[in-house]
Write a protein that binds this ligand. Structure first.
Ligand code: GCU
Length: 342
């Protein structure tokens, strides 16, 4: 090959390589005829409920809004059903950026930030409206900020209704009926103390293991809201459900501080706004699902027990030591929360 031919081949090769490289790194890739944006960030989101559950649908809505409003620059991949780990493990992963986003129950989060226990004290709120008044006001804002101390940033509140006891043995009609029952609780000292205050034996267990523990008789019962009881099919193996509403445990959408600090202020604003919008959507879905789950359970032949007013008072009184143990230093906040319900 002559000298000039060599030079021409080299120049041609240079052009080909340059053309290939120019297609990369500019935020665009050619996919057939259309040009799809290449995301700048592909972020993970952990959710431990099933795909059709209100919190999971909220997560999908959040991911969709973020993708739309960043023109595809930020993509959030939602993993449902606890595939990224149980809640405690997920919180730990958020702390070092192994997972970017998650929706978690406040109970396991309180093991990292004990101050959050205040918001889930037994029989604290009169009803859902009371809780939301608190969460959406200055008290709620202060609690959103307090998780910063453990390397996560709170984006919004999600609803999870009120929790009730259920079991496979007998209807719980009085405090005495709880005595001696082995009851699963979330990974939380507070939840453990609540069951013990009623005379039950508390056993901490991750959410995904509750069904089989009920089925094998390793535990007699558990406690949760209507949608979880129905969605996880616990009602099949623990058909006695007592509507005592001993606690309302709100939930938070969180982002790892590690991830958060990599984003521009503009992107942070977008993400916050999308999280809040997804939370409004989740609350609406929550109300619908809660009602649908309750109706399904009542039709299914489960024994649903309502506590008499007197008995409910006895449940409340039995919880007094729990307040002494967990909130002695926060009685001013408790008083402010109670005042919101008047
Ligand atoms: C609720 C909550 C879950 C939590 C579960 C539990 O279902 O939404 O996040 O894991 O309670 O009892 O562990």
């Amino acid at each position: 090959m002559g000298k000039w031919k060599h030079a021409a081949v080299a120049a041609y090769m240079f052009m080909v390589v340059a053309a290939l490289l120019s297609g990369c790194g500019h935020g665009e890739r050619t996919a057939g005829e259309t040009k799809e944006p290449v995301p700048e960030y592909v972020l993970t989101y952990a959710e431990n409920q099933a795909d059709d559950y209100p919190t999971a649908l909220g997560a999908y809505r959040f991911a969709q809004l973020v993708e739309e409003r960043t023109g595809g620059r930020i993509q959030i991949q939602v993993s449902t059903g606890g595939t990224l780990g149980d809640e405690r493990a997920v919180i730990e992963q958020l702390q070092f950026g192994g997972i970017d986003f998650a929706r978690v129950s406040l109970s396991p989060l309180s093991e990292f930030v004990p101050h959050l226990n205040v918001l889930q004290m037994p029989y604290l709120y009169n009803d859902s409206e009371h809780m939301w008044r608190v969460l959406e006001g200055p008290i709620g804002d202060e609690f959103l900020e307090c998780v910063d101390s453990v390397g996560v940033t709170a984006l919004s509140w999600y609803d999870a209704g009120a929790r009730n006891f259920y079991n496979s043995r007998r209807p719980i009609e009085t405090v005495e009926d709880v005595k001696g029952m082995r009851i699963r609780v979330q990974e939380s000292e507070l939840m453990e103390a609540m069951v013990e205050a009623l005379g039950g034996e508390a056993l901490k267990l991750v959410y995904g293991e509750v069904y089989s523990a009920l089925q094998t008789g390793a535990i007699d019962g558990a406690e949760n809201n209507w949608p979880s009881y129905e969605s996880e099919r616990h009602y099949e193996v623990a058909p006695y459900y007592t509507v005592d509403e001993h606690t309302r445990v709100p939930e938070m959408q969180l982002v790892s501080a590690y991830t958060w600090n990599k984003l521009t202020e503009e992107d942070q604003e977008i993400i916050r706004a999308c999280a809040r919008e997804s939370a409004v959507y989740e609350r609406k879905l929550w109300a619908e699902r809660s009602q649908a789950s309750e109706e399904k359970i009542r039709r299914s032949g489960c024994v649903v027990t309502e506590l008499s007013a007197d008995e409910k008072r006895r449940f409340q009184e039995a919880m007094m030591p729990v307040y002494q143990k967990f909130c002695e230093e926060d009685m001013d906040v408790i008083d402010a929360i109670v005042a919101e319900g008047k």
